[in-house]
Design a protein around this ligand. Structure first.
Ligand code: DAH
Length: 347
C-alpha cells in the first residue's frame, strides 16, 4: 500500500469531478454513499489499513482522514451550489401576485334581450304585469279568437309553420291577449314578450324566428289617447327624450281603429334623403296597435259596452335595430362576438 497517497488522490479527484457534475441532491447523496458510505470506496481503503505494517498505519490513517475531510468539504460546497440554484429557480417561477391578471371573457346580454328587458321595465313602472306564453299555439288563439276566422284573408299575412292542421308556431304574440283576458276579469294591463315564427325568407329586414312585445290594457274608459301616451313614453324611454312617435291609419282584424306606429329615425332624424336606415322617410316602423275590437272582447266574455282597451305588438328586433342603429337584422343572430361586444359596451 505504498501508493496509498496516489490512489487516494485519484479517488478524491474522481469524486470531486462527479460531485461538480451532480445536478441534484439525490446524486450527491448517491456519491457520498458510493465513496464514504459503509461499503464505499474510501471505507474499503480504510479497511486495508489493518494489513499494513504497524509503523505505517498512523500515516495511512491520517492520509485517509484528510482525504475524507476534503471530500466532505466538496460535498458541502456542492450542496450549497445546488441549494443556491434551486432558490434562484424558485424565484424565477414565483407567482407575482401584483401582476395584472388576465380578465375572464365575460358575456353580455344580447341587444334584443336588453331592449325587451328595458321595454318591460318601462311598462312595469306603469303597473303592467309581464306574462309569457306558449310558442306553439292552436289556431284558435292565433287567429279565430282574434277575429280572424278560417277563411279570412288576413291569415295569409301570417305565413306560418304549421305543426298540425290546428297547431302552429305562433306568428305573433297577440294570442297572449286572449289567454290573459280568458283568465282574468278586467282591468288587465300586461306586456307579453316572446319569440314568434314566420316562413319568411331571411334578409336584412326579416328572420323566420324573431321577437315581439305585445301590450294590452283593458279597463273602463280606456281610449286611444292612453295608447298614444304610453307608446310615446316607451319610445322616449328606449331611445331618448327627443324621440317622436307617429300613428298611421292601418288595418288589423283584432283592433278598431288600427294604426301602424313609427318612431323617429335615430340615424338621420329625417334630415338625410338617402338615409340607409329609413330610406329617407325619417321614420322607422315599429309595429301595429289599436283599440281592441269589440268582437275580441266579446270572445273572452268581456262586455264591450262596459270596458274598452288598447293593444299593440312591436318587433323587438326592430326596436334593437333602431336603438343600436344596426342596418341588418341578421347581425343579431350570426353569433359575431365582436359585434355583440361592441353593442354590449353601449348603454
Ligand atoms: N300581431 C300583429 C302582427 O304581428 C301586430 C299587432 C297589431 C299587435 C295591432 C297588436 C295590435 O296588439 O293591436 O302583425
Amino acid at each position: 500500500m505504498n501508493d496509498l497517497p496516489a490512489s487516494l488522490e485519484t479517488v478524491r479527484a474522481r469524486f470531486a469531478e462527479a460531485a461538480a457534475a451532480a445536478s441534484n441532491e439525490e446524486t450527491l447523496e448517491e456519491l457520498r454513499v458510493a465513496y464514504l458510505g459503509r461499503s464505499g470506496e474510501v471505507t474499503a481503503i480504510r479497511r486495508g489499513i489493518g494489513r499494513l505494517p504497524p509503523p505505517q498505519r498512523p500515516g495511512a490513517g491520517k492520509a485517509i482522514n484528510d482525504a475524507v475531510a476534503a471530500m466532505e468539504d466538496v460535498l458541502a460546497q456542492n450542496r450549497d451550489r445546488l441549494a443556491a440554484r434551486s432558490a434562484q429557480e424558485a424565484l424565477a417561477q414565483r407567482i407575482d401576485v401584483t401582476f395584472p391578471a388576465t380578465r375572464p371573457a365575460l358575456g353580455s346580454l344580447h341587444p334584443v334581450r336588453r331592449i325587451i328587458d328595458d321595454a318591460c321595465a318601462y311598462f312595469e313602472r306603469h303597473g303592467f304585469a309581464i306574462v309569457l306564453g306558449p310558442e306553439l299555439e292552436p289556431d284558435y288563439y292565433n287567429f279565430d279568437a282574434l277575429n280572424i276566422p278560417a277563411e279570412h284573408p288576413a291569415r295569409e299575412g301570417f305565413d306560418s309553420f304549421w305543426i298540425r292542421d290546428d297547431l302552429l308556431l305562433r306568428p305573433h304574440t297577440s294570442p297572449m291577449q286572449i289567454r290573459t283576458m280568458q283568465r282574468h276579469h278586467p282591468p288587465v294591463a300586461i306586456v307579453a314578450p316572446g319569440k314568434c315564427y314566420r316562413r319568411d325568407a331571411v334578409d336584412a329586414r326579416h328572420l323566420f324566428q324573431f321577437h315581439q312585445i305585445e301590450g294590452l290594457l283593458v279597463a273602463e274608459g280606456v281610449h286611444f289617447g292612453h295608447l298614444k301616451g304610453m307608446l310615446d313614453g316607451l319610445c322616449r324611454a328606449l331611445f331618448g327624450e327627443s324621440q317622436r312617435v307617429r300613428f298611421r291609419p292601418s288595418f288589423f282584424p283584432f283592433t278598431e281603429p288600427s294604426a301602424e306606429v313609427d318612431t323617429t329615425c335615430p340615424k338621420c332624424r329625417g334630415e338625410a334623403p338617402a338615409c340607409s336606415m329609413c330610406g329617407g322617410s325619417g321614420w322607422i316602423e315599429l309595429g301595429g296597435a289599436g283599440m281592441v275590437h269589440p268582437n275580441v272582447l266579446r270572445e273572452v266574455g268581456y262586455d264591450p259596452n262596459a270596458v274598452s282597451g288598447w293593444a299593440f305588438g312591436f318587433g323587438a328586433e326592430r326596436l334593437a335595430l333602431t336603438r343600436y342603429e344596426v342596418d341588418d337584422i341578421r347581425r343579431f343572430v350570426d353569433g359575431d362576438v365582436d359585434f355583440l361586444e361592441q353593442l354590449g359596451a353601449l348603454a
